[in-house]
Design a protein around this ligand. Structure first.
Ligand SMILES: [Mg+2]
Length: 235
């Protein structure tokens, strides 16, 4: 079995091997870890809960990166909190998780900025294609710059956001890929959602498509056999 370095290097070789190549990167839980964004929201909810239910507030404050679930309500329930509180937390979370100031809490999946820069250095282009919507552009651009990702200036790197918040991510990506395919040769992609990585495999069967083993929505989808698995972007 090939090492992570070999897998990542092989894609860079493909990028350099011909003109006008494109590599597509998802953002949440692919280039960025959203764990600290979740933790900040948990902390703010706990602060509000303090006078009402100090015990529950204490439990929420004690949650660490490692025991976060994909869905915030599941995180609460896994820590013994009841359904009503989990629902209140879900509503509180939903009102914040997709807001620009909170995006700045994200940290990077190690090696991502250097890898995206290398794609461009080898003559390719990086497309950040995300289920975030246009309302999140400001925070997304600020977060990319803060972590020294290639700037999405439309030349080396391009940021592709959902025009509408309520479009399902899968439908949006399916549509956006038609447009990206007209702009160059998509030689590879990076995703944390099995359903999304499968979309890339089906659309660009000759490419190298990577699944980040971070976390995903839990939808029961098996990645295609050709999908390459990595923990992060370190080579
Ligand atoms: Mg993602």
């Amino acid at each position: 079995m090939s090492s992570q370095k070999e897998l990542l290097d092989a894609l860079l070789d493909d990028v350099a091997a011909r003109p006008n190549t494109i590599v597509v990167f998802d953002l949440d839980d692919t280039l960025f870890s959203t764990a600290d964004r979740h933790l900040r929201i948990l902390g703010e909810f706990a602060a509000r809960l303090e006078t009402l239910d100090a015990r529950a507030a204490g439990i929420l404050r004690g949650i660490t990166r490692e025991n976060l679930r994909y869905a915030i309500a599941d995180t609460a329930k896994a820590h013994g909190l009841d359904d009503r509180l989990a629902k209140d937390l879900r509503d509180f979370w939903f009102a914040r998780f997709f807001k620009n100031p909170y995006l700045l809490e994200d940290t990077i999946i190690p090696g991502g900025p250097a890898y995206a820069a290398e794609v461009i250095k080898r003559g390719g282009r990086a497309f950040y294609m995300t289920g975030r919507d246009e309302g999140m552009r400001e925070g997304t651009e600020a977060s990319l710059l803060r972590h020294a990702f290639p700037e999405p200036d439309g030349k080396g790197a391009t940021l592709v956001l959902k025009p509408r918040f309520d479009t399902p991510d899968f439908a949006f990506k399916n549509e956006a890929l038609h447009k990206i395919a007209e702009l160059g040769a998509v030689v590879g992609s990076f995703e944390n959602e099995p359903a999304h990585v499968n979309l890339f495999v089906e659309r660009f069967p000759k490419g190298r498509h990577f699944l980040l083993e971070t976390k995903h929505s839990g939808k029961p989808v098996t990645p295609h056999a050709s999908v390459l698995r990595i923990k992060d972007f370190r080579r």
